[in-house]
Design a protein around this ligand. Sequence first.
Ligand SMILES: [Zn+2]
Length: 504
Amino acid sequence: MKPVPKPLFLRGARVLDLDADLDDPPARDILCEGGAITAVGTGLAVPDGAEVIEASGMLAIPGLVNSHYHSHDVLAKGMFEDLSLEHWGVLAGPLGAKRSLAEVRARTLAGALECLHNGITTVQDMNSTAPFSDEVLDTIVGAYADAGIRVILGMTVRDQSQLDTIPWIADLAPAELHGIIGTGRDAAGPQMAFVEAALDRIGDRGGMVRWALAPSAPQRCSPALLEAVADLSRRRSLPVYTHVYESRTQRIFAHERLKAHGGSAIRLLEDTGLLGPHVSLAHGIWLDDDELDTVGSTGTNVVLNMLSNLKLKSGVAPILEYRARGVNIALGCDNCSCSDVQSMLQVMKLFCLLAAVSTLERSTVTAAEALRAGTLGGARSAGLSGSIGAIKAGHRADLVLMDRTDPAYVPYNSAVRQLVYADSGRSIRRVIVDGEVVVQDGRSTRVDEAALRGEIEGLMPSVRADIGKLQAGYVKVLPWIDEVNRRAWSMPLPFHRHVGLPRR
Ligand SMILES: [Zn+2]
């Protein structure tokens, strides 16, 4: 259990509140006690022993919620380019497996610190490590605790191989290459037993660690595994994260291989009890109208990841269709090996811009709506509505102070629009999580970042050598993945999600 921080008193910050004036937010004092916001108002009394921060030049925003992230491949940031999702999956899929505890700690810390530096105070980590072990999990949880970020942790489970889930590839690629694509199938039972045991063994660490269940994707799990996830979720009231319809090829796979569920990954989830307000679908790009209706009518959340979706040629999610159905939208930054940055500011801006270019009509997907998705939308997807995502009394004290003298806010016309469209994160001065300042003036207050950089430098030769081996294998199977994608892309669909390509 972490020690309770002393009271924190922020005097006179402009407080961005989605229920109030977003262009010229009023100046307010914020009192944080016991890790929670206990009062927001004017002329508040400073309690004895409180640390006082003069914040009149600051814009205070709720801590951002990165609702889809994977910490296992942070060290592969900037390594890959020009890959489709299927190429990337084969190349980058094994990155988290069989790594040293030193590497697990370094990558988890580095990712958490990048999030914090960019104003992200909660991260929803869909963690892919193999094999499962208490030591690895304890290392991950320990690194998050040391960084001082709030985490919702889901250990990814699956019992179908990579080869099982890419259409036609088992027939196209020579058998001797199947191992490179991925033939490993771990049994469902031990994975679920490990996940359930971890809930009790580790607990919630004073609320800083929460647990989620993370079936990798419907097509990567047997119906029995999905049902076991649904059962555990019900018994322990846990949110569920899964990847759905990230690429056109996955859409075609569903038509071809999920015939028992109407050729629909959404139907498969519904049939196994995995739709509803506790479930978040990451990506959700290639749903058809009926599936969008089902997501809307069941209250299921969607987590959009524009950075990885664009870089991996996956397409543009139907933002306006989700919006029209009242679907709760959260936003995420996804893997470092395919989006390269943990910046909700970049994602919120893309959310607005891609919505704008999705119709010629006025779409009214505004900066305020992006901020809502990046805070309250994420809170809901994590099952933490009313606890995080807003600067209000009763919420946890997760917030960010941005310097209004930064060029992004000069002249100061609209706090929320300049936050979303103009600020790169350069203005961030303090990041506060659970009432504690964990980043101040660009530095972690808890982690020796220079030492961490040195450790990572020492780890990288072996990381690069192992990724080099993966690349040598990947080059051999690349033509067959190209063939799969070309075949999938030549098959007709009644809708499209790409930019600048003819409808097919
Ligand atoms: Zn993902």
